[in-house]
Design a protein around this ligand. Structure first.
Ligand SMILES: *Cc1c(COP(=O)(O)O)cnc(C)c1O
Length: 368
């Protein structure tokens, strides 16, 4: 992969997200060769083929290609809910916290956020208690939205089953934000089970799900909403309204199709690299690994030194994010040498600046 070579000749290790990947040469070739047409007329053969393929993988009747995961979740929620309905969602879930409040702003759908545990689970008792009775005082509780993986954590099957059965028993629809569902599938597939078969199993718990091709799968653009024919027809109307009706988008679909063929099983390598990174980080005094699951590692930095460490790393070509603790994400364009280089840079930071008291901690627990 030429992109990896370029990255390492300049000692660039970009661990900000699995969205930063460059399309591989083979993916670019597939894109260039794609037959295309105007998808608003339903004429794009590459797009139609992708939608059929992802619908088959997820075991749904239909699928709709989307420019982003945000738009895919938005169209999913708005296709399930009417104005004045509400959806139950994790307090730190992407659809609630990181999508600009779109369901409320654009759909007048009220979120009912609930506390999640360290693995991303809402208590079933909390979900049950949040479902409102049919009474004019309340918004109509219509939808349960889960996220898998959440902060890298794959939700266990018994939880997926328990939460969605509870929702169904109360007449709620269920939606999965599966931006990284391929990572979840690779991490939880039974021995001998293919990752794509496992995606189908996870999807089987839900009425609809959104998957991203632009994260771990390494495509440049694109997500898909999968669900019943009827739901997808409603979502198509909402996508058009949101400005997401694209024309010769088959070029993008070809990249996603290539990713489905070639970049799913290799996610196991990203997961192994994340474990390699976490193992090295554990040996560095001043850092505490908060979690390391699938391809995402969260680290707490002692004494409020997170921002200084981020700067230090950036000056050395190692990029990470610091929104909720330092976050490192492995992906297609990271290798073992890059991970070792990043670890070296962090060891140097703590070796060269041992004065931990230099920056006062913002709080007693000193995390960034
Ligand atoms: C990235 C992400 C999204 C949104 O995807 P975009 O394509 O960036 O809009 C939704 N949910 C989760 C969990 C994500 O990580």
């Amino acid at each position: 992969m030429s992109s990896t070579t370029t990255t390492h000749s300049t000692q660039q290790v970009d661990l900000r997200s699995d969205t930063v990947t460059q399309p591989t040469a083979a993916m670019r070739a597939a894109m260039v060769a794609a037959p295309v047409g105007d998808d608003v007329f339903g004429d794009d053969p590459s797009l139609n083929a992708l939608q059929e393929r992802i619908a088959a993988i997820t075991g749904k009747e239909a699928a709709l290609f989307m420019p982003s995961g945000t738009q895919s979740n938005l169209c999913g929620i708005l296709a399930h809910c009417q104005r004045g309905d509400e959806y139950i969602v994790g307090q730190n879930a992407h659809t609630y916290r990181y999508e600009g409040g779109g369901a409320a702003v654009l759909g007048s759908v009220q979120p009912q956020p609930l506390v999640q545990d360290a693995q991303g689970r809402m208590l079933l008792a909390d979900i049950a208690a949040a479902i409102k009775p049919d009474d004019p005082h309340f918004a109509r509780t219509r939808l349960l939205c889960l996220e898998n993986t959440w902060n890298g954590h794959a939700l266990p099957d018994d939880y997926l089953r328990g939460a969605t059965e509870l929702a169904r028993a109360h007449g709620l629809a269920t939606h999965l934000d599966g931006a990284r569902v391929f990572n979840a599938a690779v991490a939880t597939a039974a021995p001998g089970q293919s990752a794509l078969a496992r995606v189908g199993e996870i999807a089987g718990h839900f009425d609809s799900l959104s998957v991203c091709f632009s994260k771990g799968l390494g495509a440049p653009v694109g997500s898909a909403l999968c669900g019943s024919r009827e739901l997808i027809a409603r979502a198509r109307r909402i996508r058009k309204m949101a400005g997401g009706g694209m024309r010769q988008a088959g070029f993008l679909a070809a990249a996603a199709q290539h990713a489905l063929e070639h970049h799913v099983d290799r996610l196991a390598q990203d997961h192994a690299l994340a474990q390699q990174l976490a193992g090295g980080l554990q040996g560095i005094a001043g850092l505490k690994v908060r979690s390391a699951s699938t391809n995402i590692v969260f680290v707490d930095v002692a004494d409020g030194r997170g921002p200084a460490l981020l700067d230090w790393l950036q000056q050395r070509g190692v990029l990470a994010t610091g929104l909720i603790g330092l976050r490192f994400v492995t992906h297609l364009d990271v290798d073992a040498a890059g991970v070792e280089y990043a670890l070296d840079c962090m060891r140097q930071f703590f070796a060269h600046s041992p004065d931990r008291a230099a920056v006062p901690a913002a709080s007693g627990t000193a995390v960034y």
